[in-house]
Design a protein around this ligand. Structure first.
Ligand SMILES: NC(=O)c1ccc[n+]([C@@H]2O[C@H](COP(=O)([O-])OP(=O)(O)OC[C@H]3O[C@@H](n4cnc5c(N)ncnc54)[C@H](O)[C@@H]3O)[C@@H](O)[C@H]2O)c1
Ligand SMILES: [Zn+2]
Length: 363
């Protein structure tokens, strides 16, 4: 089984290792692949640390690293300046230096916060990702985007800081709540729908196995997703061009999350809705056909992901929110739209009238 990928970014290149039951070997993987100092800070959350923290800590100590742990409350609220400052306090108190390392053990929240600390402390120290949610394993741990939230805007304070290595242990997925697992599957489906038709077919053909978290199937899925993301990041690390294609489903999805106060939907659920409505728009523009959209909707539905906008969201509220998206340039809203199954284009040429019509006919 292929289980290693390389993100090629000159001196910032790094490996992604994907396997089952490798958490206990993390220390060994790090010491044999990287030249980092002996001080390590594990950042994790209150759900993940009790499950996996001690195993990670022990494997690092066996390789003679000096390990400290810092545990945050789970949830988006922890991606805050307040929590970031607490990490700086700890790093200073423990005399971390330029050669020290932060390891993120958790989902995207832990990864983004820990990565912000690693990106900024002493203008950047070593960062290692051990992603534990499916979303983090296929998306947030790869690509180097790190961020915290401002009370008025998500992910608005951030940096690019590539990890030294990403270590993905598929067996950790077994303890995820099913809603969190499904939210990651929305991103997996996005990679198939927007970037690789074979991957989309593969998901369709393995629904039962995916629900059962069969390791061989999951490692293939995660490998393919990480490959798509790293190929794109290799070409456009700082998102000046094609990296924006990864926002498929996200412009409408982010608006849906914000308009429902980040309470009603998980990120993946909002992205599922976003992909469907961006597809309706793409259909109007003749980029995709109804059969392909039906396949998308069926697949999302089979993993309990929503496919309809809630009645509370009007066209006006949606378009106003979309205008505040980070992807807006010169007042034009650039959308990543599906272009047939397995391809994505970026366009600002889609006319609001078309979106209005699509939302009006919404089932
Ligand atoms: N940096 C990027 O490129 C990027 C990309 C996508 C998303 N994100 C960010 O990622 C965040 C969402 O990530 P997420 O969906 O992983 O959310 P999360 O980190 O909140 O994790 C979801 C829940 O699952 C729990 N959990 C994680 N792993 C577990 C495991 N193995 N067993 C049991 N419980 C576990 C967590 O404690 C949490 O309650 C958002 O803040 C988003 O902005 C960042
Ligand atoms: Zn996403």
């Amino acid at each position: 089984m292929k289980n290693k990928l390389k993100v090629n970014l000159d001196k910032d290149s790094y490996d992604i290792i994907i396997d089952s039951d490798i958490l206990n070997s993390t220390g060994q993987i790090i010491s044999s692949n990287l030249d980092v100092g002996d001080k390590v800070l594990i950042i994790s959350d209150q759900n993940v640390y009790p499950l996996y923290g001690n195993r990670l800590k022990k494997s690092l100590q066996e390789e003679d690293y000096q390990v400290q742990s810092h545990i945050i409350k789970p949830g988006e609220k922890s991606k805050s300046n307040y929590e970031l400052n607490k990490i700086y306090d700890l790093l200073l108190k423990s005399r971390f230096d330029r050669n020290s390392t932060i390891i993120a053990l958790g989902g995207g929240v832990v990864g983004d916060l820990a990565g912000m600390a690693a990106a900024t402390f002493m203008r950047g120290i070593n960062f290692i990702q051990v992603p534990t949610s499916l979303l983090a394993q296929v998306d947030s741990s790869v690509g180097g985007k790190v961020a915290i939230n401002h009370p008025d805007a998500k992910n608005i304070i951030g940096a690019f800081h590539q990890p030294e290595i990403v270590i993905i242990d598929i067996s950790l997925l077994n303890t995820l709540k099913s809603r969190d697992y499904n939210t990651g599957l929305a991103e997996v489906i996005k990679y198939g729908y927007g970037f690789n038709q074979d991957l989309f077919n593969y998901i369709e053909n393995n629904i039962k196995e995916i629900k059962e978290i069969v390791p061989e199937i999951l490692s293939k899925l995660i490998y393919n997703c990480c490959q798509i993301k790293s190929d794109i990041v290799n070409q456009d690390e700082k998102e000046t061009g094609i990296r924006a294609k990864l926002n498929l489903g996200h412009t409408i999805g982010h608006a849906v999350e914000a308009l429902t106060d980040y309470q009603k939907y998980t990120h993946g659920e909002a992205i599922a809705i976003g992909m469907v409505y961006e597809s309706y728009l793409a259909e109007k523009l003749n980029y995709i056909n109804p059969d392909q959209i039906n396949r998308l909707k069926n697949l999302l539905t089979s993993f309990s992901l929503p496919v309809t906008l809630p009645a509370t969201i009007s066209f006006d509220s949606l378009i106003n929110k979309m205008k505040t998206d980070k992807k807006v340039k010169n007042n034009q809203i650039f959308l990543a739209l599906p272009n047939s199954l397995g391809d994505t284009i970026i366009t600002s040429d889609w006319d609001q009238k078309n979106l209005k019509a699509v939302i009006k006919k919404s089932p």
